[in-house]
Unconditional design. Structure first.
Length: 397
């Protein structure tokens, strides 16, 4: 007897080439079998997957899941298992001084697998980018960061930092340099924000086209640039509309691009990048609660919003699924247990549907794109346990 069987879903697992209508059975916390559930076998619980798609559990590589500490934070489960996502990576909400609280109150008390890219700043992002002093080099203690990563290697998978116009105007690239020093000593990658973010009143802003080429001089294979479709200046696209040659070179040599959807995503920029043959390696949501309602905990979009927007631009579904399953699992060093539907792998699964209709997707820059399909989560299975989802109705982010 198995604990659970999902019958008749379209099983979509790009990592091992699966795209087939079949059954998947689960015993304990692991996938038991992939294939027709044989007559005579029994299961404690059955799920009718007919008409749905079943994929490896989605991994959202960029969330803000430190509720009540950051004023725009959420609970990991609200943007995790309740949203069709089995693993979330908090990007920089906690620094080395505040990570113990993040670990105690978010990681330990979530059904979702919660990982972290530690903020290079001491306290993280209490108020996003609106307290610039917290993001400067004076708050960085490289030794403390390295020590903490060594203490929590199963949770802290990298370092969050920035390379954007406001920070460069204030401090040059000193923060990025310190982040890379810590990352090298700790043996982890850096996840680098791009696109103007930190306020810089009273400072001379640099030419936006100079930011990425200079920043990439510090990055190495395995590092990640996020917000690759940002509509803010200083991203991977020059003011003339072309993708920086330095970005092309970096991605060909092992630097990854992440969408980092949220309020940075621009349909216009995304189309320009895709038209030039540049494809992201990761899709993440950058989900956070409302900036204008501190501590509301209310998220109005998520990873499924990002995937639907990108599918509307023509990225094939199989490619998108790889960007939220196999690819992030590899970067996290968890691809021997996550990221594919295969016997022996963790029973982390996402059941979803393709909903047909007439949809209009709008980015925060006011550009709209029409679509006939969107992705909608139906059920999350995390280590063999099923969780109902709460479908978000997207509004302004």
């Amino acid at each position: 007897m198995v604990d659970l069987v999902i019958r008749g879903a379209r099983v979509l697992s790009p990592a091992n080439g699966l795209d087939v209508v079949t059954d998947v059975s689960v015993t304990g916390t692991q996938i038991d079998d992939v294939g027709p559930f044989e007559p005579g076998k029994t299961a404690r619980e059955e799920i009718d997957g007919r008409g749905y798609l079943l994929s490896p559990g989605f991994i959202d590589f960029h969330v803000h899941g430190f509720a009540y500490f950051t004023d725009y934070g959420t609970y990991p489960d609200d943007v995790g298992v309740r949203s069709g996502v089995t693993t979330v990576v908090d990007q920089g909400s906690a620094g080395y001084l505040t990570f113990p609280a993040f670990h105690e109150f978010m990681v330990k008390h979530s059904a979702t697998r919660v990982l972290s890219y530690l903020n290079i700043g001491a306290v993280g992002t209490i108020k996003g980018s609106m307290l610039p002093a917290l993001h400067g080099p004076d708050t960085v203690d490289v030794g403390a960061v390295v020590e903490l990563i060594a203490k929590y290697p199963q949770i802290i998978k990298g370092i969050k930092t920035h390379a954007e116009m406001g920070g460069v105007a204030r401090w040059g690239f000193r923060v990025l340099q310190k982040a890379k020093e810590a990352a090298k000593r700790a043996g982890v990658p850096c996840y680098v924000h791009t696109g103007k973010l930190i306020p810089a009143e009273g400072f001379q802003l640099p030419d936006p086209d100079t930011i990425l080429p200079q920043a990439l001089e510090y990055l190495e294979p395995g590092d990640i640039l996020t917000h690759c479709f940002t509509g803010h200046p200083g991203g991977i696209v020059k003011t003339t509309g072309e993708v920086h040659e330095a970005v092309r070179h970096a991605t060909q040599n092992g630097v990854y691009l992440d969408v980092g959807y949220g309020e940075h995503f621009s349909f216009d920029i995304a189309q320009k990048v895709l038209d030039q043959g540049v494809m992201p390696y990761l899709v993440s949501s950058d989900v956070h609660a409302l900036f204008n309602r501190p501590h509301s905990l209310q998220a109005t979009y998520g990873l499924f919003s990002a995937l639907s927007h990108l599918m509307a631009l023509g990225i094939p579904l199989n490619d998108l699924i790889a960007m939220v399953t196999d690819h992030p699992a590899k970067i996290l060093g968890l691809d021997q247990e996550l990221g594919r539907i295969e016997p022996g792998y963790q029973a982390d699964l996402t059941l979803f549907r393709l909903e047909s209709g007439s949809f209009t997707f709008r980015d925060r820059f006011g550009v709209s794109v029409s679509a006939q399909t969107r992705l909608v989560p139906e059920l999350t299975i995390r280590q063999g346990v099923r969780y109902p989802v709460q479908v978000m109705e997207e509004s302004e982010v």
